[in-house]
Structures are given as structure tokens and as C-alpha cells.
Design a protein around this ligand. Structure first.
Ligand code: HEM
Length: 537
């Protein structure tokens, strides 16, 4: 029954969509782009490319910093990697380039109507309620939490590698990292102990930990067609989609019910108890900011709950996967591990001299080589490799380097109509030879020590990279993420040496879902899966 409904809706809307796009005469019609099927456009090949970014690399080489790809049913998507275009869209145009409706709908299904899905006034209100939880003063309090989570994971790995007595073992590091980052976020955000490193039976933790695999491309092509028509469905009708007994919606709805019920209880308890004299966690700050807001600036309870689920979803797997990728790069570079260890030795010595056991933001940021490694990793491996936007009004997007149209004409700007979908290639920009030089695809942390932070300036939120996107919809947790990454590197590199697994050395960064992840060749469809040989030093 569900599939019948699915088929009828898709067939009807496909007809409408194709008429709409054929009749419009898009201003993108002379933009060059790859060949595409009418039904699936280029979206299927993006989800099934061998390595994330293979296509972006090919397309940038062929067409320059902006090109046209196709969505399902023949609709145009403007794809950009050009730094000036990204600055214009993300940093200079405020809310003129909102998220593509398909993505906000998907996010609403997964996390409720929190800040990542909210648009317009609701977004401003939610961002304002969240901002005070990410100030330097607040971040200072989260650093010891990151340190404890990393140390606990290191102890776990130590027990694992000592299990058969020889101090070296192949570990699937990606199995453990999301637990450590979820535990850290639980404590920093809520003073809540998930303790998933000890026991993963907590229902709420399981709901969060299984979300990522639910969002992967399962090989069901109909999901792409289904999502392509969401753009044309009014929001109140979309709210009923979770009841359609087919596709992603069903999986997400089940997860959402668990997350929502448990999170409501947590939020209500927090509102009632306050911080009770202990350090304020992220949620205490959000609740306090909200209770002093008046009228329409106040975030209603349902949004507050969605806010929390959003933070948990946005803030744990992203860091876990980035750490996977970081350990993978380090496993290929023993000299790099050694340099990091030298800085950790200095850090521990300084702490001992001060009589401290906990490090601070300044301690972490003074580890210049380690910071350069984290920057370089974030540049080479942006977990969210594409970000999707649309245009709220007609506009002209400037380019830093002209591109050639199919007429042969060279242009330095692209006119766009209201409602045009745009894919921002964060991956493409981060690896553009025009910006990063001829070694753009090489892992070389020294570029950040040599002051080569890219030839385009003031792009993105950190280190001139687009990994955290930018502007009003840029990542609110970017500094939280960088500090947690640094703390994890300290705790996980100090006593362990990493090398590639001799059984499965061929690791691919794959793109089966909205975020990339590492997996051995042949095991790409199973989600993050990084085996490394871990040796206790
Ligand atoms: C390495 C880790 C992370 C990466 C690579 C990352 C990346 C991103 C990107 C690219 C966006 C923009 C998405 C879009 O425009 O569609 C984003 C948004 C967001 N991120 Fe992160 N993020 C990371 C960690 C975190 C953490 C730790 C938190 C919170 C604790 C967080 C919270 C958010 C939120 C709430 C948004 C939505 C912002 C809005 O729409 O106003 N992220 N992130």
C-alpha cells in the first residue's frame, strides 16, 4: 500500500516538475556541466562515487569553480567551489540563500524543528538562544570534559590492546569514537552521563548512535525521487510524511519518538532544577538566556527540545568521523605522530610545573604543530562535503576566476533566479589548486605553519577553510569541535602508535550519506568502519 502511494505521488509530481523546468528557460542553460540522466540527474552518481570528491575534482578540472549538475527530473543545480562565490552566498548575503527545503525537511524529520531546520525569525531566535552557550568562557568549562572523555577512551583502548598480552592489536576505532564524543557532549551539554564507553544499553544513546547509519544511502533509488518532490509539498503536509509507511521517514520517525520523549524529560528536569550551584553546562546557559528573553524572542518548549536533539546529532558523529579520518592520516605518517607526541610531552611538563592536571584552551592552542595537523585534516576531509542552499531572490553571484560557458564566452558572474537550488562544494573549495597550490590534495600540515593558509582570504569560519560552512548558517559549534579534536589528539596519540591494518589497508573516504566516512574497500555500505593497528607505546 505504502509503495503504491509512493509510486502514484512520484509519477504525478514528476510530470509537474518536468513541465515546470522545461518551460522556465533557466539562466544556467549555458553553464557547462556533466551529462546526466533525466530521472536521477547526477545525484545517484554522487552517492555512489568510489571516493568522496572524485566527481568534484573531475568537474572542477573540466569546468572551473562553478558548473551545472542535474537534480532528479531534469532540474538544474548550480554547483560552486569558487571562493568568491562561496563568500557571497554564505558570508555576504545574510538570509538570501536559505537552506534547500529538501534538507530542512530531512533535518526536521531527524531532529525536529531545531536551529538547523529553522528558517527566518525562528532561526534568528534559536541562534540567539544558543550563542551564549558557545562563548570562550563557556568553552573553557567544556575542555576538562573533552579531556576526561579522551582519557577514558584511551584507557579502554589500552585494555583492548593488552587483551592478548602483546600490546598491539587491530581495533575498529570508528566503533569507539562516537561513544566518546556522545559521552563528552552529554556531559558538556547536560551534565548527563551517557557512559556509553562502559555500557551502550541506554535507549537515548542508542537512538543517537544509530541515526548515522539510518541516514546512509541504502541503494533504494526511489528515496532520491521521493525527496526531490519535497520542495513542492507545503510544510504542514510534510509534517505528515513521517506517517508514510515507507522509506527513510519510517526509520527517522521511530528514532525521533525515542529522542523526543527522553529529551523532553531531560529539558523539563533542567528547567526545574537549574544549575544548582555547579558549573553551568550548555543547556543551563540556553535555558537562562531563554528565560530572560521576552515575547517572540523566547524559544517555546518544543523548539528547546528540538534544539537539544539538534546539538546531539550535529555535535557528536561529526567529531567522531573527523577523528577517525585524523587517525587514518596519522597512521600513514609516523613522523607526524612523533612531532605531535613531542608537543604533548611539553604540554604535560608545563602542566606538572604549574601543579595542574587539566589543560586549558590556551594550552591546547599553543601546540602549534598539532593545531596545524587539525587544520590540515579539516581542510582535506570536510565531513559535510556538500551543503545545499536555494536562492530567496534573483541575484548575481560573482566569481574569483572566470569560467567558460558552452557558447565559448568567458564570464565572471552567474545570474540566478529565485528558487534556484545550489550545492556548495566545501570539499572542492578546500582542495582547489588555485587556492591551496599544486599540493592541494596532499596531507601537509606544514602549509599552516608556513603561513600558506590559502590564496583566497577570509573564507569560512576557521583557517580559511569551508569545513564549518560560514555566515548566518555556519556551524555554531566550530570552536567546540576544534577544542574537542585537539583534546582527543592529546589523549589518543600520547600513548599509542597507529598504523594501517595489514588485513585491510585499503581505506576509502566514502560518500553514501550527507557526511563522508572512512571504510575499507568492499565494505563501503556499512557506515564508518576504520580498522587500524594500535600499539601501546
Ligand atoms: C568536526 C566537527 C563539525 C563539522 C565538520 C561541522 C560542520 C557543520 C556544517 C558544514 C554546518 C552547516 C550545515 C549547512 O549549512 O547545511 C554545520 C551546522 C551546524 N553545526 Fe556543526 N560541525 C561540527 C561540529 C559541531 C558541533 C560540535 C556542534 C555543537 C556542539 C555543531 C552544531 C551545529 C549546528 C547547531 C549547526 C546548524 C547551524 C544553523 O543552521 O544555524 N557542529 N556544522
Amino acid at each position: 500500500m505504502g509503495w503504491l502511494l509512493y509510486g502514484v505521488v512520484i509519477a504525478t509530481l514528476a510530470f509537474l516538475v518536468s513541465r515546470r523546468f522545461r518551460s522556465r528557460g533557466s539562466p544556467l542553460k549555458h553553464l557547462r556541466g556533466p551529462p546526466a540522466s533525466w530521472l536521477y540527474g547526477n545525484v545517484l552518481e554522487i552517492a555512489s562515487q568510489e571516493k568522496v570528491g572524485d566527481l568534484d575534482t573531475k568537474w572542477i578540472r573540466e569546468f572551473g569553480g562553478a558548473w551545472r549538475i542535474k537534480d532528479c527530473f531534469g532540474a538544474d543545480i548550480l554547483m560552486v567551489a569558487d571562493p568568491k562565490a562561496l563568500q557571497h552566498i554564505c558570508q555576504k548575503s545574510g538570509y538570501d540563500y536559505p537552506k534547500d527545503k529538501r534538507w530542512t525537511q530531512l533535518i526536521r524529520l531527524v531532529t525536529g524543528n531545531g536551529v538547523a531546520a529553522a528558517i527566518g525569525d525562528a532561526h534568528v531566535r534559536q541562534r540567539n538562544a544558543m550563542n551564549p552557550a558557545f562563548t570562550t568562557a563557556q568553552l573553557r568549562q567544556y575542555v576538562p570534559v573533552f579531556q576526561r572523555a579522551g582519557a577514558k577512551l584511551a584507557a579502554k583502548w589500552q585494555a583492548e590492546v593488552m587483551h592478548d598480552g602483546n600490546g598491539s592489536r587491530e581495533l575498529t576505532v570508528s566503533k569507539w569514537l562516537p561513544r566518546a564524543t556522545l559521552d563528552a557532549l552529554g556531559e558538556a551539554a547536560f551534565s548527563y552521563q551517557f557512559d556509553t564507553l562502559e555500557d551502550d544499553s541506554n535507549e537515548l544513546a542508542r537512538a543517537y548512535l544509530s541515526l548515522f547509519s539510518n541516514a546512509l544511502y541504502s541503494g533504494n533509488k526511489a528515496d532520491f525521487l521521493w525527496r526531490a518532490i519535497w520542495k513542492f509539498i507545503p510544510d504542514n503536509v510534510m509534517d505528515l510524511i513521517k506517517y508514510v509507511p515507507a522509506g527513510d521517514a519510517r526509520k527517522f520517525a521511530k528514532n525521533w519518538d525515542i529522542m523526543k520523549d527522553a529529551t523532553e524529560q531531560l529539558v523539563d528536569q533542567k528547567v526545574q532544577d537549574g544549575s544548582n550551584g555547579r558549573h553551568k553546562d550548555l543547556m543551563d546557559v540556553m535555558i537562562e538566556t531563554n528565560s530572560s528573553a521576552v515575547g517572540s524572542a523566547r524559544v517555546p518548549r518544543a523548539e528547546l527540545v528540538a534544539q537539544v536533539t539538534t546539538l546531539f546529532v550535529a555535535g557528536h558523529e561529526s567529531i567522531a568521523i573527523t577523528t577517525d579520518l585524523l587517525l587514518w592520516e596519522l597512521a600513514k605518517k609516523p613522523d607526524c605522530q612523533e612531532k605531535i607526541r613531542e608537543e604533548i610531552t611539553t604540554l604535560r611538563r608545563n602542566l606538572a610545573q604549574r601543579g595542574d592536571s587539566e589543560y586549558t584552551i590556551e594550552d591546547l592552542e599553543s601546540m602549534t604543530y598539532t593545531v596545524a595537523v587539525v587544520k590540515e585534516l579539516l581542510r582535506l576531509h570536510p565531513t559535510g562535503y556538500h551543503v545545499h542552499r536555494t536562492t530567496a531572490k534573483d541575484d548575481i553571484i560573482p566569481l574569483s576566476k572566470p569560467i567558460r560557458l558552452d557558447t565559448g564566452e568567458l564570464v565572471s558572474e552567474i545570474p540566478v533566479e529565485a528558487g534556484q537550488n545550489i550545492a556548495l562544494s566545501l570539499w572542492g573549495y578546500n582542495r582547489m589548486p588555485d587556492v591551496w597550490g599544486e599540493d592541494a590534495t596532499t596531507f601537509n600540515p606544514d602549509r599552516f605553519l608556513d603561513g600558506n593558509t590559502g590564496r583566497a582570504s577570509n573564507v569560512g569560519l576557521y583557517a580559511n577553510i569551508m569545513t564549518f560552512s560560514a555566515g548566518v548558517r555556519g556551524c555554531i559549534g566550530w570552536r567546540f569541535a576544534v577544542l574537542e579534536l585537539l583534546a582527543l589528539v592529546v589523549e589518543l596519540v600520547e600513548h599509542f602508535h597507529y598504523s594501517l591494518s595489514s588485513n585491510r589497508p585499503d581505506i576509502l573516504p566514502v560518500a553514501r550519506g550527507p557526511t563522508t566516512y572512512p571504510a575499507p574497500r568492499g565494505e563501503e555500505d556499512r557506515g564508518p568502519n576504520l580498522p587500524l593497528q594500535v600499539t601501546l607505546l
